[in-house]
Design a binder for this molecule. Structure first.
Ligand SMILES: [Zn+2]
Length: 483
């Protein structure tokens, strides 16, 4: 567990340093990552805009985004309004339905940078044209006077609907640039708004809250859904599936009884024999690849990384398309759901499990899950350790800066809480043998804080880097974009 995580972290760093330096990033800014991923998954981002995310968007590019959004709601636009300075079909379509006008004299000025007030106007018109006009409200920005008269109403509507906000200091910066990633986020929020949702549901939605993911605070009922993957001989036998169930039961009892110490009445619902709708079997065809053993030895090749990302995406889509998680959430009366992927993988000679998160993957999905390999070293405590990751616990055995764990904190945790389950995932008895029938571990107040069980702990004074705005998050993705 430790070796792999360290190795993977190093690989990520290496990959980052190998990326050629370009003026504009091909991955979204950290604060935009979740929203952009969601927009891509929703089908709102044309391929031509899935790069150079920090580059200011042009008027024509914004048309492409607006048309994609419009057509996803209303079907293909057949009309065309032409301009003398562009043949861009998306500009022609956007003008035909009234989302944009030209700049006069039959011109559109397609390559000019989009301004923030233009973006506001186009999105407001888009909402009008799909029959979901945004409520009128006067703009209230310190630089109101700088907003063009033709854009003032739209800026007010954007502000009131929460689709666009200011740039800080109470200003809107109407003539400022609007980057591709900002454009994508606002398109996504417009989409949610015209479909009747609250735009902030992108970040804190009941089931798709990016900041907490699908696995929120373990308190009361919490679902843990098991997915048994059959890929290239990785399937578990019925006997093995029952063995894992028994280990899971021990993990459940451990987590519930540790939770009690912090006043939490947790009901971790994970017994797939008792509740068959918590078990899913997935037949995986094609190359299957999850953080393979040579990640330890020498790192991933670009090709392996691609397959690994693809594997992860397929797993995500399986959850998205096959598991009725919304119905399950309603049935079991909880909005906190985690997933555990089980494999008996022939090429994984070393047992390990990992939780996927934005740091390891190009795309951050919204369903939080851990992967567990059935091996002799899979003991109930390794399952509990990974389950806790899914619900926000961080490894305390080594420094992970982006999770708020410094070397000093790791040392402190090891010294003060040697039996803490995030300090060590495996459990051994006095003779050094794996313990299969229980979990001789504890959940310290450090992990309790990460899980959202405690709001404040003395360690926060000593290690302020551990503090996070949102509980139960694996990484501290706390930045709400200012658009
Ligand atoms: Zn771990």
């Amino acid at each position: 567990m430790r070796l792999r995580r360290t190795a993977i972290f190093i690989i990520v760093l290496l990959l980052l340093t190998l990326v050629p330096t370009t003026a504009f990033a091909d991955t979204p800014s950290s604060w935009a990552k979740d929203g952009v991923s969601r927009a891509i998954v929703t089908g709102l981002v044309p391929a031509s805009l899935q790069s150079r995310y920090t580059q200011p968007a042009t008027r024509a590019e914004f048309c492409t985004l607006a048309v994609t959004l419009y057509e996803s709601l209303k079907g293909e636009i057949t009309g065309r309004t032409t301009f003398t300075d562009t043949n861009d079909v998306n500009v022609q379509k956007a003008a035909a339905v009234g989302i944009v006008n030209g700049v006069g004299n039959g011109r559109f000025d397609p390559n000019a940078k989009l301004t923030r007030e233009q973006a506001a106007t186009m999105l407001t018109r888009l909402a009008d044209t799909v029959g979901q006009p945004l409520p009128l409200s006067a703009a209230a920005f310190a630089d109101n006077a700088a907003i063009a008269s033709w854009a003032r109403e739209a800026v007010g509507q954007m502000q009131a609907s929460g689709i666009m906000s200011g740039v800080g200091n109470g200003n809107f910066a109407p003539k400022g640039d609007y980057t591709r990633e900002q454009s994508i986020l606002t398109a996504m929020r417009t989409y949610i708004t015209v479909k009747g949702g609250k735009p902030d549901s992108l970040y804190s939605g009941k089931y798709h809250g990016a900041l907490q993911g699908s696995a929120k605070i373990m308190d009361g009922k919490t679902l843990l859904i098991s997915i048994f993957v059959s890929a290239d001989g990785s399937a578990l036998s019925d006997y093995q599936i029952n063995v894992v169930r028994d280990k899971l039961d021990i993990a459940k009892n451990f987590i519930e009884s540790e939770g009690k110490k912090y006043g939490k009445a947790i009901d971790l619902i994970c017994d797939y024999n008792k509740y068959p709708d918590l078990r899913y079997d997935m037949e995986f065809t094609g190359e299957f690849f999850i953080l393979p053993e040579n990640a330890v030895a020498g790192g991933l090749t670009a090709e392996q990384r691609l397959v690994s990302d693809r594997t992860d995406e397929i797993l995500h889509r399986f959850i998205e398309n096959t598991i009725p998680y919304l119905a399950l959430a309603d049935k079991y009366q909880t909005d906190s759901i985690g997933y555990l992927v089980h494999l008996n993988y022939k090429d994984s000679y070393q047992n390990y499990a990992t939780v996927y998160d934005a740091e390891f993957k190009i795309v951050n999905w919204y369903h939080e899950r851990a992967v567990s390999f059935l091996r002799a070293s899979q003991v109930p405590s390794t399952l509990a350790h990974e389950i806790l990751h899914v619900f926000g616990a961080v490894d305390l055995y080594a420094p992970y800066a982006y999770r708020g764990v410094s070397q000093a904190l790791a040392d402190y945790a090891k010294y003060n809480y040697p039996d803490e389950i995030m300090v060590g995932g495996w459990s051994y008895d006095a003779s050094g043998e794996f313990v299969y029938d229980g979990i001789p571990k504890e959940i310290s107040r450090i992990t309790a804080y990460c899980l959202g069980w405690l709001d404040d702990i003395p360690e926060l004074t000593m290690f302020p880097e551990l503090r996070r705005e949102h509980p139960a998050v694996f990484t501290d993705q706390t930045k709400i974009p200012v658009t």
